[in-house]
Structures are given as structure tokens and as C-alpha cells.
Design a protein around this ligand. Structure first.
Ligand code: ZN
Length: 134
């Protein structure tokens, strides 16, 4: 793991939340993106070399909708940057972590991503993300 790449925050209304985080961080989101496969609308803010990702559900079946239903708005996941997502997934699997996806998938912000089950990391949903280099 290289560093914390971003922290994901589940929100009910992304345009309202954008205003809050714009005021908090002092800059506008540099990117907004819908990831239909995940049922989310996202926006990204920079804070130094880290990022904040806001996530709003696009449908009631979205994991974000379910998260908010259960726990309310708040921190949803912590994402770590990795150099080689496949070997990192292998390593963590051997360490006993439960992977939510067996192969990396395309996430927001030009990344390959994989998630670890919160129950294998003390209640925290962990995302691994690797920049897609082309
Ligand atoms: Zn994320």
C-alpha cells in the first residue's frame, strides 16, 4: 500500500454535499462521474495529495443507498493506492482478508479497484485502487 488515495463519503444529495465540501476544502470538485455499474454518482475533491470522494446512490439497490439506510451519511470507505492491484489482492487473500470482488474492476477516476469486506478490517470497507496506465 502506498498511501491513502482517497476517503469515500456517502451522501444523500451530492449537489448539496458538493457545496459543503467546496466550502470546507476551499476548492471545487475537479471531477464528477457517474459509475452506473456501481449505482453511484461521484465527485472528487483534492486536499493536498489526498482526495475526498462523495458518493450518492443512483438507485435504491445501490450499495450507497443501503449504507445510508443502515448507518446514515458518513465515511463509507478508505481507499489505498497500490502499484499492482492483482499482486496486492493475492497478498491480502493469503493474509485472510475477504475480497468482495475476485478480479479488479473499473472504478471512478480512471482506476482499477477492489474492495475488502468490512468484517475483515474491523468494520472498515477498504478499497484498493490502481491508476490505469495506458
Ligand atoms: Zn472510492
Amino acid at each position: 500500500m502506498e498511501k491513502i488515495e482517497h476517503i469515500g463519503i456517502a451522501v444523500k444529495n451530492i449537489s448539496e454535499a458538493n457545496k459543503v465540501y467546496e466550502a470546507l476544502l476551499g476548492n471545487a470538485p475537479y471531477k464528477s462521474e457517474k459509475v452506473e455499474s456501481e449505482g453511484v454518482e461521484t465527485s472528487f475533491f483534492r486536499s493536498g495529495e489526498s482526495k475526498i470522494e462523495l458518493l450518492e446512490a443512483t438507485n435504491p439497490e445501490s450499495p450507497i443507498a443501503k449504507f445510508i439506510e443502515k448507518r446514515g451519511e458518513g465515511i463509507h470507505h478508505i481507499a489505498f493506492a497500490v502499484d499492482d492491484i492483482k499482486s496486492e489482492m493475492e497478498r491480502l487473500k493469503k493474509e485472510g482478508f475477504i475480497l468482495l470482488n475476485e478480479t479488479p474492476k473499473k472504478g471512478a477516476d480512471n482506476k482499477l479497484v477492489a474492495f475488502l469486506h468490512p468484517k475483515s478490517a474491523n468494520g472498515v470497507l477498504v478499497e484498493l485502487c490502481q491508476e490505469i496506465k495506458e
